[in-house]
Write a protein that binds this ligand. Structure first.
Ligand code: 5GP
Ligand code: ZN
Length: 140
């Protein structure tokens, strides 16, 4: 854990987040500035800055949970597709330096972006996380 990492603070419960799922290795929660309704993040609980640093088992656990999360997102948000995005280092657009995978629901014809412009209201994220928790069936 690193002191000034917001995602480590979320893992430790020192910062709030709308949680969808967690096990001993990974945590899934709603992105605070969604690019689209249902924008979620999967992170390893163990701090690693990016793909260059993340351990193989943590990476495998994140990838494994991306599949049931995609299914849950499709069910809840009735989207046409899902973008899986993962940015490494500032040059690639990374803004939070704790490895994470974005899953972003997409609909045909809509403009594409990774970063939303506005913070979502807490009630909306809470309600979306609750709906995802109801249908999420973890891998493994
Ligand atoms: P990156 O640009 O590093 O790939 O993505 C970081 C993501 O984390 C962004 O989509 C941003 O909206 C999200 N984010 C930043 N701070 C917080 C936070 O405190 N809570 C949550 N839930 N998401 C955050
Ligand atoms: Zn961290």
């Amino acid at each position: 854990m690193t002191e000034d990492c917001i995602f480590c603070a979320i893992v430790a419960g020192r910062a709030p987040a709308h949680r969808v799922f967690e096990d001993e290795r990974v945590l899934i929660f709603m992105d605070l500035f969604p690019a689209h309704a249902g924008h979620t993040l999967i992170i390893p609980k163990q701090h690693a800055t990016d793909l260059f640093e993340v351990g193989a088992e943590d990476l495998a656990a994140v990838v494994a949970q991306s599949k049931p999360l995609a299914a849950a997102l499709e069910r809840v948000f009735d989207c046409d597709g899902i973008a899986v995005i993962q940015l490494n280092r500032a040059a690639a657009g990374q803004t939070v330096f704790h490895y994470h995978m974005h899953l972003i629901p997409r609909n045909a014809g809509e403009p594409f972006g990774v970063h939303g412009k506005r913070q979502a209201p807490a009630e909306r994220l809470a309600e979306q996380a609750a709906r995802l928790r109801e249908v999420f069936e973890p891998a493994g």
